[in-house]
Write a protein of this length. Structure first.
Length: 275
């Protein structure tokens, strides 16, 4: 669920800034934004609050798709005041709201607040924007995973492991393995890896090295190599150092009895550890 990514972004924002309260919510199709996650709140006043575009600070942020801030919420003149009661109940004064934008569409809002009327400053604003960008990236990855999962075969893949259709399967497998380590939600990550497993065993061919077991990172590296990535390209994709990539690749080649990158990919496909 997106709540995992939201909680992580809020926790990082609070650690980076020392803000007393951070909170936020995401938009879902056909429903208003609701404050679903809070960190540092001492009352339930804000939880579940529905935010309408144009209303209050968060609504202004939604409507304009840009960060907005006030030094004293209750007396701010450039926002409407539909939410003064819950904001006052939590004792919030200085507040910043930052939009979460994915594929040019506002998907949510992150808030940070103090219980004192103080300017939040550029450091806090930059940290709030950075937290929103982290969340945007996580949501974009989640969207891509869902698209790939919906396109992946739900049962055994039949037919020869060659031709254009298999190249598409292999491309999807490589993308899924690349995305898996970036998914914070354990349930979605396990589902993604289960699909990878189905794709990996679908092309098992006679003549493969029996009993080959590659580590998840060895598979990640080999899947990227199978798509034509260089060691530097694999490192950039997976967030590893090139030397680390070389180590994983050497280990995989040794297990597969291969002497070149191409031999390793072919042997992995025969063994059923790559599609």
């Amino acid at each position: 669920m997106e709540a995992v990514e939201m909680r992580g972004a809020l926790a990082r924002l609070r650690r980076a800034t020392g803000l007393q309260v951070v909170f936020g919510g995401l938009l879902h199709e056909g429903r208003p934004l609701r404050i679903s996650e809070l960190n540092g709140a001492v009352t339930p006043a804000l939880h579940g609050l529905a935010i309408s575009a144009g209303s209050g600070l968060g609504g202004k942020c939604l409507a304009l798709a840009r960060p907005c801030a006030v030094v004293d919420y209750a007396s701010a003149r450039h926002i409407t005041h539909e939410y003064d009661v819950p904001v006052s109940a939590e004792g919030l004064r200085s507040v910043i709201a930052v939009p979460v934008v994915v594929r040019r569409k506002v998907r949510g809002v992150l808030y940070g607040a103090l219980r004192d009327s103080l300017p939040l400053g550029e450091r806090v604003a930059d940290a709030a924007v950075a937290a929103a960008r982290d969340l945007e990236q996580a949501l974009a990855v989640r969207d891509e995973v869902r698209e790939l999962l919906s396109a992946a075969p739900s049962g055994p893949v039949s037919g020869p492991a060659s031709g254009p259709s298999w190249e598409e399967v292999r491309q999807a497998h490589g993308e899924l393995r690349e995305l898996a380590p970036r998914i914070e939600d354990p349930e979605l990550r396990e589902r993604l890896l289960a699909v990878c497993g189905r794709l990996e065993t679908a092309s098992t061919a006679p003549g493969g090295k029996p009993g080959v077991t590659l580590t998840p990172r060895e598979l990640d590296v080999l899947a990227a190599v199978a798509q034509g990535a260089t060691n530097a390209g694999v490192a950039a994709r997976l967030g590893l150092r090139p030397e680390t990539v070389k180590g994983y690749l050497r280990s995989a080649m040794r297990k597969l009895g291969a002497h070149t990158r191409l031999e390793a990919v072919v042997a992995a496909r025969r063994a059923g550890v790559l599609p």
